[in-house]
Design a protein around this ligand. Structure first.
Ligand code: BTN
Length: 242
């Protein structure tokens, strides 16, 4: 493994319920930022919208604890830092694309998912957990967004080969965000955006809408050009139109 920058304190488990849950428990007990929980497999891995995240050995499951002390709306921008770090850490990086809000694809298939969970203190976020699930050796079948793995594409690697680079790239983007705000992340993410300029379907808050994905705004919301004008959507799921 590439050595982790000194900011990080790594804890490795052969099996755990969920690396995000363990990071949250340790955050509640006062763990400092930079905690990394890494597991070979998870018995109760979970994803966005309460979906289960299948977690057999061979893939990378890890969570990083941060304490950004900023409002939740701003802290959500760190999902873009996480997606960029995944793209930069994986072999075959040139083929990797970021799908709004926080997936990483190869072609049209999901290769990694990112789950941000936070604990508030007043108006700000006291603890942010950034969870990464990266399909290195295997991927689930029958998911709403079709999935793939690096192995399915003929790229062999291991969790420990990826983890150090992932942490290093993520820290660089986190520090960039702390020093310069969201603008540099927005620019880099748009350079890797999947579906930019295409017709998409967006599901949010129990609704579905269609339109052309034209941009990200300065906060990270997706800008959708619809028949009724431009909409800024700050949370939802994106699908290609058939
Ligand atoms: C998604 O695409 O829905 C996000 C998936 C995030 C999965 C990772 S695996 C490591 C960490 N622990 C969890 O329980 N979830 C995240």
């Amino acid at each position: 493994m590439t050595p982790l920058p000194a900011f990080f304190a790594l804890h490795h488990f052969t099996e755990i319920d969920s690396t995000n849950d363990e990071a949250r428990r340790r955050a509640a007990a006062g763990a400092p930022p930079g905690l990394v929980i890494w597991a070979d497999r998870q018995s109760a891995g979970h994803g966005r919208q309460g979906r289960a995240w299948q977690s057999p050995p061979g893939n990378l499951y890890c969570s990083i604890l941060l304490r950004p002390d900023k409002p939740a709306g701003e802290v959500a921008q760190l999902s873009f830092a996480a997606a960029l770090a995944v793209c930069e850490a994986l072999p075959g990086a040139r083929a990797l694309r970021c799908k709004w809000p926080n997936d990483v694809l190869i072609g049209d298939r999901k290769t990694a998912g990112i789950l941000l969970e936070s604990e508030a203190a007043g108006d700000n976020v006291a603890a942010l957990i950034v969870g990464f699930g990266i399909n290195l050796e295997s991927h689930p079948e029958g998911t709403e967004t079709p999935a793939t793995s690096l192995a399915a594409l003929g790229i062999k690697t291991t969790p420990d080969a990826v983890l150090g680079d992932l942490c290093r790239h993520f820290l660089t983007w986190y520090e960039t965000w702390c020093d310069q705000g969201f603008a540099p992340l927005r620019k880099a993410w748009l350079g890797r955006a999947h579906g930019l300029g295409s017709e998409i379907r967006v599901r949010y808050g129990g609704f579905e809408t269609f339109g052309r994905f034209v941009d990200l705004d300065a906060s990270g919301a997706l800008i959708l050009e619809t028949s009724e004008g431009r909409r800024h959507i700050s949370a939802g799921d994106v699908f290609a139109t058939a």
